[in-house]
Design a protein around this ligand. Structure first.
Ligand SMILES: [Zn+2]
Length: 98
């Protein structure tokens, strides 16, 4: 699915990280490598990969960056910290307070 590469490019643009102009090689770095570069985090384990898949699905449906609960924009600082989050900070706090 080469849509993933395009989706990652969109994430970069939406996060304002346009400095990495490397051409994507279809046989090159794995998706998790790309994501690690993007977020500065190490992706470990299947849970994170599953969250990443879900995030890419949301990008394809143009729902990336929208709160799953209230529909508001999640906000760039939060997306930079957790690109695969599905809740805005307010809803995440409510969910944690539960
Ligand atoms: Zn929300």
């Amino acid at each position: 699915m080469r849509a993933n590469d395009e989706a990652l490019g969109e994430v970069r643009e939406s996060l304002g990280e346009g400095t990495n102009d490397d051409e994507h090689d279809p046989e090159g770095p794995t998706m998790s490598d790309e994501w690690s570069k993007l977020t500065g985090l190490q992706t470990e384990g299947e849970n994170e990969l599953r969250e990443l898949d879900a995030a890419l699905e949301r990008i394809e449906k143009n729902e990336f960056g929208m709160c799953e609960s209230c529909g508001n924009a999640i906000g760039r600082p939060r997306l930079e910290a957790r690109p695969y989050t599905t809740l805005c900070i307010d809803c995440a706090r409510k969910a944690e307070a539960h």
